[in-house]
Ligand binder design. Sequence first.
Ligand code: GLU
Length: 378
Amino acid sequence: MHRYKTILRTRNKIVIKIGTNLLADKEKGINLERMNEIAKNVASLQRRGKQVVLVSSGAIGAGVAALKMKGSPKTIPEKQATAAIGQPLLMEAYENAFRKQECTIAQILLTKDDFTNRARYLNAKNTFSVLLDKGVVPIINENDTVAVEEIKLGDNDNLSALVANLIEADLLIILSDIDGLFSDDPTKNYNAELIPIVEKITPQLEKLAKSSKTELSTGGMITKIQAAKRCVSAGIAMIIANGKNPKALEEIFSGDFKGTLFLPAEKKLNVRKKWIGFVSHANGYIVVDDGAKNALLKRQKSLLPSGILEVHGEFKAHDTISVRDMEGTEIAKGVTGFSSMDLGKIKGKKTSELEKILNCKSCDEVIHRDNLVLIGEE
Ligand code: GLU
């Protein structure tokens, strides 16, 4: 446990995600008491020299309560309108709670494009950096009002992991209404046990993460595991803890808490690889044979055309694409040296044949090792 305590004490740039179920109730609206608690805890972390960014859900939930709606909004325009009503109410409540702690807050609403477009990504990064230097607490949500399906992330678990990567945080805390990751669904199986530490996210663990959606919230355990994957490979620790416990944050930093800690990978990816692997959007995918899969996973090789079986989607050279094995599991992401059209012609061919087929040859590798990030090892 000693190592984990050190991990937690030495974390200085922290993203805290607060789920809808902690903040908004369909009938009662925003839970002001909880918000005051959060503000108090965040202010105390700041006094200890930590920089904190909040990712807060609850806009749609607050909108539902304000409109006294019977059920949750179903259509996209309905959800967008509800979020437009709830977001200012949410921020008003945060403003009041943080004012009591003499903390200044800032609102940042993001969409997927702000992460996948490199220029916008860097702009957002600069804004965060100024806000954090000034001791402000940025409060993030997805820009639900404009985020239609194509540009929507859809859940704040993944959003918070992207924000953690963007600001180069060293810890993401997901506060939810459950204690952490369990060996089975705790609402159905009373023998389910809390998993305190996850050293590696295995396919078995992903299977555990059954969907546990509630009416107002968007994610379940599945999106939390996706968020953990985005974090740990980037060297960011992640914790899931129960935000209903008012002492949750305090206990995390004392190293003695109830919840699940996902340990960060020892070998950290560089900033460019982080972006390729966990931020940029894949414009298509290729399927590789077992030989190529082994070369990538076990022998640290680049990807050559000979191991490619199928090419899917339309993409240009230098786009990010995903690499899948024959079972359809994503094993890597990388920047392709060839367009989908050229790849279609050279798939399965030897490197020595490329020049003849394409009438010119730009590179030997489909994805060079330096541009490749492994997603899940065996
Ligand atoms: N952006 C949504 C909201 O504020 C929440 C998404 C989520 O719960 O993951 O209502």
